[in-house]
Design a protein around this ligand. Structure first.
Ligand code: FES
Ligand code: FES
Length: 158
């Protein structure tokens, strides 16, 4: 089937979509958005987190046809509207705080942290931990990630 949707503000269409395939697969393999990562495909790791309309979701758990006619925002779109090569505040904070090691978890964490700071611009440490509890990282031990979210919370435009 052919599906039309908006990804990062642009209207796109995906062809030959199988009704049972995931939004994650469609984004990565059919639409050329490889930012969201496939680590577990079971909703356990958060590496595939994207916005569907205004809600952050695990895209491996969303059937691609559910995204028809809707707005998807991936990690590639977090800095949309900013000048070329400028990072969003949370992206810049991850770099500055050293919160990226292998980077596999990073796209999902960036979307989840962006979502947190939109809902709660000044989260407590407990609130940050709770908001990111669904995003697993095997490398950093999480402290640098917490530092990055704290740093981004001191700035505008998460
Ligand atoms: S790949 Fe979707 S939660 Fe792990
Ligand atoms: S930086 Fe490697 S999994 Fe998080």
């Amino acid at each position: 089937m052919r599906l039309k949707l908006s990804v990062n503000g642009e209207d796109v269409a995906a062809d030959d979509v199988w009704p049972g395939e995931s939004l994650l697969y469609m984004l990565r393999e059919r639409l050329g958005f490889p930012g969201a990562k496939n680590a577990c495909e079971q909703g356990e790791c958060g590496s595939c987190t994207v916005y569907l309309d205004d809600t952050a979701v695990c895209s491996c758990l969303v059937a691609a046809p559910q995204a028809a006619g809707r707005r998807v925002r991936t990690v590639e779109g977090l800095a949309a509207g900013l000048p070329d090569e400028e990072l969003s505040a949370i992206q810049a904070a991850f770099v500055e705080a050293g919160a990226v090691q292998c980077g596999f978890c990073t796209p999902g964490l960036l979307v989840s942290a962006t979502d947190l700071l939109r809902r709660n611009p000044q989260p407590s440490d407990v609130e940050v931990r709770e908001a990111l509890a669904g995003n697993l990282c095997r490398c950093t031990g999480y402290e640098k990630i917490l530092d990055a979210v704290r740093l981004a919370a001191t700035r505008r435009n998460p």
